[in-house]
Design a protein around this ligand. Structure first.
Ligand code: ADP
Ligand code: MG
Length: 485
């Protein structure tokens, strides 16, 4: 009995020891695996760091590349495409004009009524729809049929007898892909970007293709201006404020009239996630800047980091197959997680569960995810700021006295010209932390003396309304265009 008792006691002690060892082992493993997840974040932070010194190198590289791109065709990754827009709308334009805005996530149709006296837009209507995914890789005919039918529906809703009787309507076409313009109203598509890939349109005149689709629908409409979204935004910015010297779109793609999405500099902090994203894209070695800073890609960079964390640790439980689906984590989801201000990070948990099918993520791991979003967004916003200052440097408005000086030559040396940059795009306008980081980096790079003189002005719907303005200022007087007033 005693033996049994002792035996039992020893047995219990041994079991207790085994249990204790298992618990300690699990804790150590959990700590180790947590540590591995933290290491992934730390490496990301180091790899994405963009201190002001590095940003200044990017600024210089941008200005130099712009110079090289202007000096000779093919002289830089920056295409510096001529727009044939030799004057910007000045406020005396009058009448009703239409615009189409194609070039990213959404497709917009607009009608703009211009008053004819100083910068009065009497009214504008916009209709927006997402571009069906299948059309982005379909044929030119399918794409333009979709556009023309949307346009026709929109025109038919005019409801104004005077307008309906007008034969020909003038259209500004915002087509935000690299185009070699042949006139202010025509141009050849050089290549696709931003996930579009319709091979039979490359090398063709996009205005001609659009006009064909429009006339097939029995609509009498002429492309009076073919522009890129930044040119449209610049036109509207300048219409309202003549100190506007440049325009930037921070949305799906990143372009100024120089197609800066393709900018590249070895000074940019690049990581393995960027290399992999590029290799997996339909356009490898292309659009390097765009892939680090635009709304199309930021969510996917975050997805890749979470996937690595999940593979290297067990903080997310078993690796979710959703983490391997490209672009499943769209940038607005990323922004929603980043901007979640609930104490228990409820939105982060919901998005991880609903989008990535990772349930029951503990709070400290949710915080890790927020940190990942923060690092990726901060790098993007800071690089975008450096890009903008690079443009200002090239045109002598960054106060550095670089290529030409920002200071008014005849005035006192402390007088700095007011400089406005028109800015548009969902990433900047809807993602407040991105916007704050961008503004903060601009101030850091420019310094406190110059920075108050550089104003980033949101120009809502600028790319579309601006195209209508350019259609107005470029419409041929012989055309029986809509004249309401
Ligand atoms: P489009 O591409 O249709 O011209 P925008 O230039 O406004 O439209 O850009 C849309 C892009 O902005 C999308 O790629 C999306 O990732 C980003 N975006 C839109 N809303 C948000 C948001 N709330 N937070 C972060 N990014 C956003
Ligand atoms: Mg746009």
């Amino acid at each position: 009995m005693g033996k049994v008792g002792v035996g039992l006691a020893v047995g219990c002690a041994a079991v207790a020891c085994v249990i204790a060892a298992a618990v300690v082992g699990r804790r150590v493993r959990r700590r180790r695996t947590w540590r591995r997840a933290v290491v992934v974040l730390e490496e990301l932070e180091q790899g994405c760091a963009a201190a002001v010194g590095r940003l200044r190198q990017v600024v210089d590289a941008m200005a130099v590349e712009m110079h090289a791109g202007l000096a000779s065709e093919g002289g830089s990754k920056l295409k510096m495409l001529l727009t044939f827009v030799d004057s910007l709308p000045h406020g005396s334009e009058k009448g009703t004009y239409y615009a189409l805005d194609l070039g990213g996530t959404n497709f917009r149709v607009l009608r703009v009524q211009l008053g004819g006296n100083s910068s009065a837009i009497l009214e504008h209507d916009v209709e927006q729809k997402p571009i069906p995914q299948d059309l982005m890789t379909s044929t030119s005919e399918d794409l333009f049929d979709f556009i023309a039918s949307s346009l026709k529906e929109f025109v038919e809703k005019e409801g104004d007898p005077e307008l309906s009787s007008v034969k020909r309507r003038e259209l500004g076409f915002t087509f935000s892909f690299p185009v070699k313009q042949t006139s202010v109203s025509s141009g050849i598509l050089i290549k696709w970007t931003k996930g579009f890939s319709i091979e039979n349109l490359v090398g063709k005149d996009v205005s001609e293709c659009l006009e064909q689709a429009i006339s097939k629908r029995g609509l009498d409409m002429r492309v009076a201006a073919l522009v890129n979204d930044t040119v449209g935004t610049l036109a509207l910015g300048h219409y309202h404020d003549e100190d506007t010297v440049a325009a930037v779109i921070i949305g799906t793609g990143m372009v100024v009239n120089m197609e800066w999405g393709n900018f590249w500099s070895s000074h940019m902090p690049r990581m393995s996630y960027d290399v992999d994203l590029d290799a997996d894209s339909p356009n490898p070695n292309d659009q390097g800047f765009e892939k680090m800073i635009s709304g199309m890609y930021l969510g996917d960079i975050v997805r890749r980091v979470i996937l690595r964390m999940s593979q290297e640790s067990d903080v997310f439980g078993p690796v979710s197959s959703k983490l391997s689906v490209p672009f499943i984590l769209r940038t607005p989801f990323m922004a929603a997680m980043h901007e979640d201000d609930s104490p228990d990070l409820r939105d982060v948990a919901r998005i991880l569960n609903d989008v990535l099918e990772i349930p029951d993520v503990p709070l400290k791991v949710r915080k890790l995810v927020v940190n990942v979003c923060d690092v990726v967004t901060r790098r993007a916003a800071r690089l975008a700021a450096a890009g903008i200052v690079g443009i200002l440097k090239k045109i002598g408005r960054d106060g550095s006295g670089g290529i030409t000086s920002a200071r008014i030559k005849t005035g006192s040396p402390s007088k700095i010209q007011r400089t406005v940059v028109a800015i548009e795009g969902g990433l900047y306008t809807s993602y407040s932390i991105f916007r704050e980081y961008l503004n903060e980096a601009m101030a850091e790079i420019l310094g406190e003396e110059v920075s108050p003189h550089v104003i980033l002005k949101v120009t809502e719907d600028g790319s579309g309304i601006g195209a209508a303005l350019l259609a107005a200022s470029n419409s041929s007087p012989s055309v029986d265009s809509v004249k309401l007033l």
